[in-house]
Design a protein around this ligand. Structure first.
Ligand SMILES: CC(C)(COP(=O)(O)OP(=O)(O)OC[C@H]1O[C@@H](n2cnc3c(N)ncnc32)[C@H](O)[C@@H]1OP(=O)(O)O)[C@@H](O)C(=O)NCCC(=O)NCCS
Length: 398
């Protein structure tokens, strides 16, 4: 039998499909590394834009390089008029992830370097995407609420500016720094579903925006980036619940999953969840609003106890679990939590797209083209007899 027989229908778990120099996970030890640097150290000392530079270029910038990169991002923030015009025509009830995905090709149409395929041109596209994905999310939120989009403030740092364009008030410095840390934490994560989608699309030599549109679609699912909003929905429903352990037990007995728990790669606590748990407690204290952190801690403890009883000791909180209360306390609407993930992951997606296009970690580019095993209707190599439509009997689908 071919080797594929051993890996089919496993969602490619445990199958190494490419080399990468961008990020590394040790799922047993709970370690995440970007370009050699531990996530804990980046969260403590770096900024999102510095981390984005690192992901795209493979090294930490010096002061001048960071200044230049920051000012390029800042200069690209204003949305081209046709992008805002398109947003105004969308139904106010549209899902923000659908709006964001639809915006990717609309942004492509405004990119003067779209048809250029040098590394430099792709870095410029990445800079535009890092600048404009948050601008689209903020503009859409205001438009759907009958408000005018706000122009960016070029003196503000990345996370500060996003909060300003979204909320229309100068953000608290500590909250903006915490949001920047959240952006660092979500910026890359090896070959997760959305990153793989981006790489797969650009392996056909499609442009960066086509890859990003696929990535946004993959991220929207509840088993991927959509989990943070589901965690918040769960916490909302649990307000006032007296017996959290029995609620958790009931969910598991009904075969439901506890959102924000478990991970395809981590078999221990996701290192990003540890940072976000601390942030959630600290933000709760600062804002005098401890209930979300307390509720999250209770759900975590109850879920871990139930998983333990069921022998599922590798199910632990992932990045989405504590990002939900954190974003909620920052005033991020629930349905913008997954777009916020995209605002960060755009840096990793672009780095992977560039790595894929220019075969930076392997010998030469390779078009993804896996095999499948046909298990459908088969009448031999000559094919089944085609009955003419007239007189054809209705078949029962089998
Ligand atoms: C992320 C996720 C898809 C990874 O799953 P995975 O490693 O591929 O494992 P599987 O989906 O095959 O699940 C393995 C087992 O653990 C159980 N499980 C996994 N996550 C669970 C959860 N959050 N709650 C309850 N049970 C869970 C599954 O039901 C399955 O049980 P079974 O073997 O009895 O059928 C999964 O943990 C999940 O659905 N989590 C909730 C969604 C979420 O938070 N996603 C964000 C990921 S960053």
């Amino acid at each position: 039998m071919s080797q594929t027989a051993n890996v089919k229908n496993t969602g490619l778990r445990g199958v190494t499909v490419a080399d990468t120099r961008i990020s590394y996970i040790d799922g047993e030890k709970g370690v995440l590394i970007y370009r050699g640097y531990r996530i804990e150290e980046l969260a403590q000392k770096s900024s999102f834009l510095e981390t984005a530079f690192l992901l795209l270029n493979g090294y930490l910038p010096d002061e001048e390089e960071l200044r230049e990169f920051t000012s390029k991002v800042s200069a690209e923030r204003p949305l081209p008029a046709h992008v805002t015009d398109c947003l105004r025509k969308l139904p106010a009830k549209a899902s923000p992830m659908d709006v964001l995905q639809a915006s990717a090709p609309v942004l492509a149409m405004a990119d003067p370097d779209l048809s250029l395929e040098s590394r430099e041109a792709n870095i410029l596209k990445a800079i535009r995407l890092i600048a404009r994905v948050p601008a689209v999310v903020a503009a859409w939120h205001r438009i759907r609420n009958g408000l005018e989009p706000l122009p960016p403030d070029e003196d503000m740092a990345h996370a500060n500016n996003f909060l300003w364009q979204l909320q229309g008030r100068r953000p608290d410095a500590e909250i903006a720094r915490d949001l920047d840390v959240c952006l660092i934490l979500h910026a890359d994560h090896t070959f997760n579903a959305s990153t793989f989608a981006c790489r797969e699309v650009v392996s056909t030599r499609a442009h960066m925006y086509a890859g990003v549109a696929a990535g946004i679609g993959a991220l929207s699912g509840s088993l991927h980036g959509g989990a943070n909003a589901r965690v918040m929905k769960m916490l909302m429903e649990l307000q006032g619940e007296k017996d959290i352990p029995s609620w958790v037990r009931g969910q598991l007995e009904q075969g439901q999953r506890i959102m924000g728990m478990g991970h395809a790669v981590y078999k221990t606590t996701d290192p990003r969840a540890n940072i976000l748990r601390e942030m959630s407690g600290r933000l709760g204290k600062k804002l005098g609003e401890m209930k979300w952190n307390e509720l999250s801690l209770q759900v975590e403890q109850a879920a871990l106890a139930e998983f333990e009883k069921r022998g599922k000791t590798t199910l632990k909180p992932n990045v989405d679990f504590y990002s939900a209360p954190v974003y909620h306390m920052m005033g991020i609407p629930d349905d913008l939590m997954t777009p916020l993930f995209a605002i960060s992951r755009i840096a990793g997606w672009c780095a992977h797209i560039i790595e894929e296009k220019f075969a930076e970690a392997q010998e030469k580019p390779a078009l993804y083209r896996p095999d499948s095993e046909y298990v459908g209707n088969y009448c031999g190599l000559l094919g089944c007899t085609y009955e003419p439509l007239k007189g054809r009997k209705r078949e029962t689908p089998g």
